[in-house]
Design a protein around this ligand. Structure first.
Ligand code: ADP
Ligand code: MG
Length: 715
C-alpha cells in the first residue's frame, strides 16, 4: 500500500468515532433504528457509513449492500463523498459515489452513495419501498431542515414494511431524545469527542481588556445592505419584532454591567443589536493578527452579501497589516469547489488564514486549523409569516446550541479563543435550539411532493411530523397549488401537478418550463428558470454598485423585465463563449461566469427531463426556437401568477401594491427599480421578501390583456 494510503489508515484510527466502531456496528445490527450524536469533527459523516460498508464486505455481503447517506446541502454531499473516496484510495464513482440535483458520480459498483435529502425523496417517488437499499443514514438531523423532517415521516411509515432496512440518524448536538422517542425509543449512542478548551470572550470582555471604544459611528458600516434599503423610499411599515429580538432587548435593558469600567459601560450603551458592526469585527481581527498566537481565524457572518462587504472593507482599510501576510477566504453555499479546497489547506508558514463563513461552517464543514472564532450571533434565516403569506429573510439571532457549536470550532488543534460580538446577557436571551424549518417556510413544494408520493391527505400527513406546521401554512400552500392548477378542488393531483412533481424546481418554475415546451419557446424560458433557480448571475459588488447597475441596464432593452434582461445577457455570453471571449464578456458586464456555467448545465438537464416526461416531442422543433418576446412574457406571467403587484405611476414616484402586503418596493438592482415610470399596469415577480419592508426580487411588467388569461382570479 502507498505511503499516502498508510497515512489515511492511521488518520482514521485517531478519530473519536473509531473507538466506538464496534459498539456502533453492534447497535446497528441489533436495532432497526439508532440515533448517533457526537461533536462535529468526531467522524460521524466520513467514518460511520464506511464502517458499515467495511463490515458488510467482511461479512460477505459487500455486493448486496447499498448504503445511502443523506446530506442537507449539495456541496457537503459532493465534498464528503470525495473525501471518503480518497480515504479509501479510490476514485469517486467506484465504491463511493454521490448524487445531487442534476449532477452525480456513481458506478455499477457503488455501494455507498452520498446524496442530498431531496434526491432521496425524489427516489421515493419512483421506488416507494427503497428496493435493494440496506441502510439509510440521515445526517445532520439536528439542523431540522424541512426535507429531513419530511423524510423522517416517510421513513417512519416505511420501516414496518421493510423490516430488514436499517435507519441511522446522526446529529451534532445532544438533543437525541427528541428523535429517539419519535422512533419509539430507538437507542441513542453518543461518541465522546475530544476538543481543547475554548475561552469565550463576550463583547464586554473584549472592550474591557482592549479599551476599544464603540461609538454610535462604529455601528454604521459603509457598505452594509441597509444602504440599499435606505436609498428606497421606506414604506410606513410597522416593524414587528420577533420573540427573541424582544427578549434580547429586554435583557439588554436590564443589564447593568456592574464591575466593568465606565469606558466599557459607555461603549456598551452605544452597541446596537440591530446591525452587525463591521468596524468592531475589523478591530477584533486586528487584535488577533497583531497578537502572538498563530492559528486560523473563522468569522461567522450571516450570508454571502455581508461576507462580501466585510471582505471589501478589510481589503480597503489595511487594518490587518501587510496584506501579503493575510489569506482572506470566503466560505458559503455558492462558492466554487476550487475555492473550497483552499479553505481546508493549511496556509504557508507565517501567513494568517482568515475564513469568512456562513453558518455552513458551523457543523457541515470542518476546518481543522482554526484557533480563533468570531461569532456575530446571527444567521440569515428564512421565516414565514403565514398570516400575511409572506416569506421573510432576515438575519436573526442564533440559538444557544448554535453559539456553542460556533465556539467549539476553535478548539480542534489547541486551546482556542472565541469572540462573541455581543454581550453575555444577549446570549442568555437566545432560544435553546433553532426552530425547525418546517415551521418557518412556505410549504408549496413539500405539499406537491406529499401528493405525488401518494401519502394521503396533506394535513393528516404533516400532523405526524416531529413538530407539525401551523394549519394556516398548510392551507396557504394547498390554496396556492389549486390556484396554479396543480391540484384540483378535491386536493388531487392534476395532470399538470404530476408533471410538475418530476421537475426538480419550484412548482411555478416547473410550470414555466412546461408552458415553454408547449409553446415552443423553451430556449429563453430555460434561461429564465435556470437563472431563477441557480442564483442571479448579475454581480452587484457594493463598492461598484453604480457601474454594475448600469452594466445590467444595457441589457434591459427598455422593456421593463428583469427576466428578459437575463435572457439577453445569457445569450450574449453564449455567443462570446463561441468566440472564446466568455470571461472577458463577464468581466466587462459584471456577470458571474461560474453562475452562467451552472445555468448552462442546468438548462441541459431540464431539456433531458422534459424529454423524459414526454413534453418535448421532437428535438428538431426545439432547435428551431421561437424568440417571440410577447409569448415569452406571457409564459413568465403564467408561471409567476399569482405573484403580482399593481403599478401606479405618480408624478415623482411609482407605487406598487400587492393584495397581501399593501405597498411593496423594488430592489435597486431590478431594471424596474430605477425607471421614472413603468408604462404597464402590472408587475409579476418571482419572489418577495420582507426585510424591513416587503421587497420584490426580479420582476416583469405585463399588460391587462395578458392577465385576461387568468379570468377572474384577480380583482
Ligand atoms: P463529523 O461528521 O462527525 O462532523 P467528519 O466525518 O465530517 O466529522 O470529519 C471527521 C474528520 O475528518 C474531521 O475532523 C477532519 O479532520 C477530517 N476531514 C473531513 N473532511 C475532510 C476534508 N475534506 N479534508 C480534510 N480533512 C477532512
Ligand atoms: Mg458530519
Amino acid at each position: 500500500e502507498s505511503l499516502e494510503g498508510q497515512k489515511m489508515v492511521e488518520f482514521r484510527k485517531t478519530l473519536p468515532a473509531y473507538k466506538e466502531k464496534d459498539a456502533l456496528l453492534k447497535a446497528i445490527s441489533a436495532n432497526q433504528v439508532i440515533v448517533v450524536s457526537g461533536e462535529t469533527g468526531c467522524g460521524k459523516t466520513t467514518q460511520l457509513p464506511q464502517y458499515i460498508l467495511e463490515s458488510e464486505i467482511e461479512a460477505g455481503r459487500g455486493a448486496a449492500c447499498s448504503i445511502i447517506c443523506t446530506q442537507p446541502r449539495r456541496i457537503s454531499a459532493i465534498s464528503v463523498s470525495e473525501r471518503v473516496a480518497s480515504e479509501r484510495g479510490e476514485q469517486i464513482g467506484e465504491s463511493v459515489g454521490y448524487k445531487v440535483r442534476l449532477e452525480g458520480m456513481r458506478g455499477r459498483d457503488t455501494r455507498l452513495l452520498f446524496c442530498t435529502t431531496g434526491v432521496l425523496l425524489r427516489r421515493l417517488l419512483v421506488d416507494r419501498s427503497l428496493k435493494g437499499v440496506t441502510h439509510v443514514v440521515v445526517d445532520e438531523i439536528h439542523e431540522r431542515g424541512m426535507n429531513e423532517d419530511f423524510l423522517l415521516i416517510v421513513l417512519k411509515d416505511l420501516l414496518p414494511r421493510r423490516p430488514d432496512l436499517k435507519l441511522i440518524l446522526m446529529s451534532a448536538t445532544l438533543n437525541a431524545d427528541l428523535f429517539s422517542s419519535y422512533f419509539g425509543g430507538a437507542p441513542a449512542m453518543h461518541i465522546p469527542g475530544f476538543t481543547y478548551p475554548v475561552r469565550a470572550h463576550f463583547l464586554e470582555d473584549f472592550l474591557e481588556t482592549t479599551g476599544y471604544r464603540l461609538t454610535a459611528y462604529n455601528q454604521i458600516d459603509d457598505y452594509g445592505e441597509e444602504k440599499t434599503w435606505k436609498m428606497q423610499k421606506q414604506a410606513q411599515f410597522k416593524k414587528r419584532k420577533s420573540q427573541i429580538s424582544s427578549a434580547v432587548e429586554d435583557s439588554l435593558e436590564a443589564a447593568d454591567f456592574k464591575g466593568y469600567n465606565y469606558r466599557t459601560r459607555d461603549s456598551l450603551a452605544c452597541w446596537s443589536p440591530d446591525s452587525i458592526g463591521f468596524n468592531l469585527i475589523e478591530n477584533v481581527l486586528s487584535h488577533i493578527v497583531k497578537g502572538e498566537r498563530p492559528g486560523a481565524v473563522l468569522v461567522f457572518m450571516t450570508g454571502w452579501d455581508d461576507i462580501n462587504s466585510l471582505k471589501n472593507q478589510l481589503e480597503a482599510h489595511h487594518l490587518l497589516g501587510d496584506p501579503n501576510k493575510v489569506l482572506l477566504l470566503a466560505c458559503h453555499g455558492s462558492m466554487a469547489s476550487s475555492e473550497q479546497r483552499l479553505i481546508f489547506d493549511r496556509p504557508p508558514e507565517g501567513i494568517r488564514k482568515i475564513v469568512l463563513a456562513t453558518n455552513m461552517a458551523e457543523t457541515s464543514i470542518t476546518i481543522n486549523d482554526v484557533v480563533f472564532v468570531l461569532d456575530c450571533g446571527k444567521a440569515k434565516e428564512t421565516s414565514y409569516d403565514a398570516l400575511n403569506n409572506t416569506p421573510c429573510l432576515l438575519p436573526s439571532w442564533i440559538s444557544k446550541a448554535a453559539a456553542r457549536q460556533r465556539r467549539g470550532r476553535a478548539g480542534r488543534v489547541m486551546p482556542g479563543e472565541c469572540y462573541h460580538l455581543y454581550p453575555r446577557c444577549v446570549y442568555d436571551a437566545f432560544a435553546d435550539y433553532q426552530q425547525p424549518e418546517l415551521l418557518r417556510t412556505p410549504l408549496q413544494s413539500l405539499c406537491l411532493q406529499i401528493k405525488s408520493l401518494r401519502l394521503g391527505s396533506i394535513s393528516e400527513f404533516l400532523s405526524r411530523a416531529l413538530q407539525p406546521p401551523e394549519a394556516l401554512s398548510v392551507q396557504n400552500a394547498v390554496e396556492y397549488l389549486k390556484t396554479i392548477g396543480a391540484l384540483d378542488d378535491n386536493e388531487n393531483l392534476t395532470a399538470l401537478g404530476r408533471k410538475l412533481s418530476v421537475l426538480p424546481v419550484e412548482p411555478k418554475l416547473g410550470k414555466m418550463l412546461i408552458l415553454g415546451a408547449i409553446f415552443n419557446c423553451l430556449d429563453p424560458i430555460m434561461t429564465v428558470v435556470s437563472g431563477l433557480s441557480v442564483r442571479d448571475p448579475f454581480l452587484m459588488p457594493f463598492d461598484k454598485k453604480d457601474l454594475a447597475e448600469s452594466a445590467k441596464s444595457k441589457f434591459s432593452g427598455h422593456d421593463f423585465s428583469d427576466h428578459l434582461t437575463l435572457v439577453r445577457a445569457y445569450s450574449g455570453w453564449k455567443e462570446a463563449e463561441r468566440r472564446h471571449a466568455g470571461n472577458e464578456y463577464c468581466w466587462k458586464n459584471f456577470l458571474s461566469a461560474q453562475t452562467l456555467k451552472a445555468m448552462d448545465s442546468m438548462r441541459k438537464q431540464f431539456f433531458c427531463l422534459l424529454k423524459e416526461a414526454s413534453l418535448i416531442d421532437n428535438i428538431e422543433g426545439c432547435s428551431n426556437l421561437s424568440h417571440d418576446e410577447h409569448l415569452v412574457r406571457a409564459i413568465i406571467c403564467a408561471g409567476l401568477f399569482p405573484g403580482i403587484s399593481s403599478v401606479v405611476n405618480k408624478e415623482k414616484s411609482i407605487t406598487l401594491k400587492t393584495m397581501e402586503d399593501g405597498q411593496v418596493l423594488l430592489y435597486s438592482s431590478s431594471v424596474n427599480g430605477n425607471v421614472p415610470r413603468i408604462p404597464f399596469p402590472w408587475l409579476v415577480f418571482n419572489e418577495k421578501i420582507k426585510v424591513n419592508s416587503v421587497f420584490l426580487r426580479d420582476s416583469t411588467a405585463v399588460s391587462d390583456s395578458v392577465l385576461l388569461l387568468f379570468g377572474d382570479k384577480i380583482s
